[in-house]
Design a protein around this ligand. Structure first.
Ligand SMILES: CC(C)(COP(=O)(O)OP(=O)(O)OC[C@H]1O[C@@H](n2cnc3c(N)ncnc32)[C@H](O)[C@@H]1OP(=O)(O)O)[C@@H](O)C(=O)NCCC(=O)NCCS
Length: 182
């Protein structure tokens, strides 16, 4: 379809929220963690592009200054969460992502600790415990994993739920987790 405004297609592209598609052939070679997919800097470009799509949607929704992941210059690890609601044969749609810095340094802490730097779920997948369900497997792979602020209201509610379930540290060193802003 053509648009009278030559810029319309680009605006529509930027306002469309997507679940990226990954074929089973691609997923078969991927590093799996329970039902999730671990994308590291050496993962195939298709996996890194799916992570980047989630990062861009995270930025658009939260107003974060920049997308927290770039497929061309990958930094850290991204765990991709396939949708449990929209099933297709021979592939998966990616509904969520958790960005992880395995070695984050905090003032006052002598050792680096793993940190979840951003969390995003496609709106259709929210309210169904998709993140809390995968978190224990993540905390097993990255012991002490924490989601540190600044928090959105939904992010703060997520941390509170993980703490309630005993899945998340309440403090980093002496500092309560809610007071950690960077
Ligand atoms: C954070 C996120 C992954 C959590 O998804 P989820 O675990 O499925 O949880 P929900 O989004 O359904 O909401 C969890 C709680 O936050 C509340 N909440 C959600 N969005 C909210 C908002 N914009 N303002 C206030 N509260 C909100 C919900 O009412 C719910 O509260 P409840 O547990 O008392 O019912 C998802 O909301 C998301 O991707 N948000 C956009 C990106 C984001 O904010 N990331 C966190 C950065 S710190």
């Amino acid at each position: 379809m053509g648009y009278q405004d030559p810029g319309a297609a680009e605006v529509i592209r930027r306002t469309t929220v997507r679940m990226p598609y990954l074929p089973d052939a691609q997923l078969a070679k991927a590093d799996r963690l329970g039902g999730s997919i671990v994308v590291d800097p050496s993962s195939p470009i298709a996996l890194r592009r799916a992570a980047a799509q989630m990062a861009v949607q995270f930025r658009r929704e939260t107003g974060y200054d920049f997308a927290p992941y770039d497929a061309g210059e990958p930094d850290g690890v991204v765990v991709l969460i396939p949708t449990r609601r929209f099933l297709i044969a021979y592939g998966s749609l990616i509904a969520g992502a958790i960005g992880i810095d395995p070695t984050a340094f905090y003032e006052g802490l002598p050792q680096p600790v793993p940190r979840a730097t951003w969390v995003y779920l496609h709106p259709y997948e929210r309210g169904r415990a998709a993140v809390t369900d995968v978190w224990p497997a993540l905390a097993q792979r990255w012991p002490g994993l924490s989601l540190a602020g600044p928090f959105t209201p939904a992010g703060r509610a997520l941390v509170d739920r993980l703490i309630e379930q005993g899945q998340h540290p309440t403090h980093l060193g002496e500092t309560p987790i809610h007071d950690i802003a960077t």
